[in-house]
Ligand binder design. Sequence first.
Ligand SMILES: [Zn+2]
Ligand SMILES: [Zn+2]
Length: 257
Amino acid sequence: MLVDYHVHAVAHGEYSYSQEWVNEFLDRAFHRGIQELGFSEHEEYSDLVDMNIFKKLQINRRNNIDIKLGLEVDYIPGQEEKIREIIFSNEYDYIIGSVHYIDGWGFDHPDHRAGFNDRDIDEVYAQYANILMKMVQSDCFDVVGHIDLVKIWGHRPRKRTSLYYLEPVLKAIKKYGLAVEINSAGLRKTVEEIYPASNLVNMMYSYSIPITFGSDAHHPDQMGEGLEEAYRSARQAGYRYLVRFDQHEKLVTPIEY
Ligand SMILES: [Zn+2]
Ligand SMILES: [Zn+2]
């Protein structure tokens, strides 16, 4: 089975959640052989989702595609209580936890990219990994989003490897029972590499960490884009199964592509 569990139909609020618009995502998914699509809006735009349209689609199954209700939530240390409220505010199938901010610095945003210039890159990786660790231990999330996003603009640690910073996080992910997504959006960014890098995927496999897949599409044109490579990366590491979610419950499913 092929799935895309990281899709933003309303992007950053610039598109409205109409039947026609959502159908465009489902038609593109169909052409890419995706059998299950999880819409996972950014939490700050989740009010734009028309649940009547969503529920109708879930029953009518356009192109025979199953749809799931996900959500991508920014993890900010100290906001766990607020995050829990958000998570229980709707019947989500799964919640993706993502770190987009280091002490208020939106490092993945093009406008704030220059912030890398006046920071020690190893310190940035260490801080990023530290926030990820807190996110995993908060026990709020089902899936870790784009786990090595900090590499987005191509900056690599100098004193240690990425693995050095992220292996303790993987151990915690295993302990807390989260899944990690293989996210193809990195292919569209400066780094031109899937999140996570293949050596991390190999390590995830050695820890038996479950995986899911996402294109992080913000437009129908990006729907499922790069997922072939994401599936290949998982298969090369040894993965034969992915997990889907139903009301936060993991469903283990063979990868078929
Ligand atoms: Zn994200
Ligand atoms: Zn996203």
